[in-house]
Write a protein that binds this ligand. Structure first.
Ligand SMILES: Nc1ncnc2c1ncn2[C@@H]1O[C@H](COP(=O)(O)OP(=O)(O)OP(=O)(O)O)[C@@H](O)[C@H]1O
Length: 328
């Protein structure tokens, strides 16, 4: 387990990490999210004792990182895949690490095979592609067979097969009871990999929650309804007092915990054919954008749609108390 308490890092006037506390528990993949400049790398560097905190502390299974005898056997990390010595072979890079951490030599070949670099073990790592470099960094994290693993942007540069591989690797490490802490900007990937999320923005902790709760609490869920009898359905919604948003593509969006059931019964009673009745679960990306909207430091502007937000429903609303828009 990793315990972070009141962790703070100041660079001059910049408060990069601001009194952050959380725990990373074993047996699950914990995702670490935040917009650019939120303080993720700084936090991870302090967890590995590569940066000294201005205040606060980090404990690795109850101990400070610097007090761990052979740290690589407790906690393996991928922070910067380019940190390897490019003039050395992949094998020799890992062998040096193994020798300085009293890790048996046979682990070098094992982890190179695990990450799929066995065939290029003797090649100098400076000739490696971005994805191969990532794999070598991941091999170094696995070298000491640690109980705790930390990966900063591990899928950077990996092709779809590589992304699939790292996803399964992280899940299987967590299933073995290890602690897995991973940052990524790829929301779709994080949604498939992480069970739990730590979210920071402008150095502050914004969320420490399960993936499912994070999405449910930070997004809108609704049911999409499509019918060839569009106008009759609109009337039926109005009569039943259901608020339905008409979307540009000819479908309706209806919110409410029992919306699918209510609409299914309403359509059956009214003799209306439905082509679609599909509950929509918001994506992690939508939930993340919603939560961190106020904590994004570096905004880009959409050239085509100034002022328009993706979340805003298109079209008018129909429903109880909305007679101006209702039919009849
Ligand atoms: N050595 C440093 N000196 C001064 N400022 C720094 C230093 N390292 C980080 N910062 C600042 O601290 C803040 C947090 O940076 P950090 O790299 O931790 O963010 P991040 O969440 O990892 O961002 P990204 O997602 O872009 O990698 C940023 O404003 C950054 O400019």
């Amino acid at each position: 387990m990793i315990e972070v308490e009141g962790l703070t890092k100041r660079y001059g006037a910049k408060l990069a990490v601001d009194d952050v506390s959380f725990q990373v528990r074993p047996g699950r993949v914990t995702g670490f999210l935040g917009p650019n400049g939120a303080g993720k790398s700084t936090t991870m560097r302090m967890m590995l004792d590569l940066d000294a905190p201005t205040a606060g502390r980090v404990r690795i299974d109850g101990r400070r990182y610097r007090d761990l005898d052979e740290p690589l056997t407790y906690m393996g990390a991928l922070l910067d895949a380019k940190a390897m010595n490019g003039g050395r072979s992949a094998y020799n890079n890992l062998l040096c690490l193994a020798q300085s951490n009293r890790i048996p030599r046979h682990r070098v070949g094992e982890v190179l095979d695990t990450v799929g670099l066995g065939a290029v073990a003797g090649k100098k790592s400076k000739g490696f592609s971005l994805g191969m470099g990532q794999r070598l960094g991941i091999a170094s994290a696995l070298l000491g067979d640690p109980r705790i693993l930390m990966f900063d942007e591990p899928v950077n540069g990996l092709d779809p097969e590589g992304i699939h591989w790292i996803r399964n690797l992280m899940k299987s490490l967590a299933a073995q009871g290890r602690t897995v802490f991973v940052s990524s900007h790829l929301m779709s990937e994080m949604a498939l990999t992480a069970d739990h999320l730590i979210v920071i923005g402008q150095g502050r902790l914004l969320a420490d929650t399960s993936m499912a709760d994070f999405i449910a609490e930070n997004s809108r869920s609704f049911v999409r309804v499509r019918s060839p009898q569009h106008e009759q359905l609109k009337d039926a919604f109005h009569r039943a007092g259901l608020t339905a948003v008409e979307v540009g593509d000819g479908s309706f969006e209806v919110e409410g915990p029992d919306a699918a059931k209510e609409i299914g019964e309403l359509a059956a009673q009214s003799g209306i054919t439905l082509y679609e009745l599909s509950p929509q679960r918001a994506s992690l990306e939508e939930a993340f954008m919603q939560m961190t909207a106020g904590a994004v430091e570096y905004h880009a502007h959409n050239l085509n749609e100034p002022g328009q937000t993706a979340a805003a429903p298109a079209g008018p609303q129909w429903g109880r108390g909305d007679g101006a828009n209702g039919k009849g």
